[in-house]
Design a protein. Sequence first.
Length: 453
Amino acid sequence: MHDLSTTLAAVATAPGRGGIGCLRISGPGAYAIAVGLVSAPSPLDLPGDGRPRFSTFLDEQGTAVDHGYLVAFSPERAYTGEPTVELWTHGSPPVLEALTRAALARGALPAGPGEFTYRALRRGRLDLARAEAVRDLIAARTTYQARVAFRQVEGALARRLAPLRTALIDLVAAGEAAIEFADEAETHLATGALARGLAEAAVSARALVDEARRGLIVRSGARVALSGVTSVGKSSVFNRLLGRDRAIVSPIAGTTRDTLEETFDLDGIPVTLIDTAGVRSAQDPVEAEGVRRAKEATGEADLVIRVLDAGRCLRDDERSALSAPAPDGSPRSIVVANKIDLERLAAPVEPWPGAIPISALTGFGLPALRQAIREALRGAGPLQDPVLTNDRHLAALEQTVAALDRAQGAIPLGDELVLEDLRGALQALGELTGEFQNDDLYDRIFSTFCIGK
């Protein structure tokens, strides 16, 4: 990241042509540089009252290239927390390029990815979690993702962490007082108070870890694979969930030879649905490769929908697969009984206890299946908006839990060791909001932003 004493310039609108374009200039020299880029009937006194000024914009040679609005922000009103000027032009790439060159010729430096938001962080306008949320808001693929990211921009994550942070600070303060003023009776911790406080903090931290794991699904989406033997109707279920005919459906066994992926919006969660080849012993090398890819896709999915045929009894290989205990780390699964619409002469068959009855042909049971998918991905109960949504959040919280576990284990060894681990838990929690500065961490995070933000 550039030194904060420099002035940066970059196009802040998306690449390509558009109705509006924006060149952002931010830093100590922003006003002086901007004055040289406009032709105005009277001298500009920036930032002035902050209202847009209709202006003619000049290139590096002082030639007029466009007209539009100049908006100057005082540091307390600017996104970056420092003198900032934006030139709102027509969204012409040559015009924006010419104005950028002119700004650089007058002393600005080209902004790298995320540098304006980085400055907002360093100037105290945002904490780290809110800065990350700006990136997620820009990258949102659904309205729901955008809403979750916006809540984070508004500080929801810091508010969510506040009770645990306060509890840890209180424990550290009480422990330090008990050690520092051991001779003072009023500073002594009540018997078992430290252990109880640690236990309560650990419960809260683990709840946050669970929330972060669900939040990852909201931010990144989920991969859901359809699995089953041939001719159970996986492709029909695939098409029905997507709401359109995407996979070829045929009564001929083995029609699906390869995995097929499509994304749909499940109540705001981007779900990549994967149709797979029917699992069976295959002699044809092409079909065998399809079966191998099917098994690979189900192993890598976040959720597997195991499709059975409600029109017949279970095959031995199906029964064995459903009865076998799930290996550690394997994805969660939902069992559905498709073809419930078929008329049968015999009594109805129950393919598997708890299987969701559906008909891919008529749509029967699809709302229940969607609900089951949603609960498997996000948990049962009210679907509240998560505020912990990325891998960094989860890693920091897992470090917090590990430190609290160590602190609980250190209770018999003395308060000094407990306090050391408590401070570690507080430090890990502080990394979520950037309370403890880490330039390497900042560089990694802001390198994922787009230029101009």
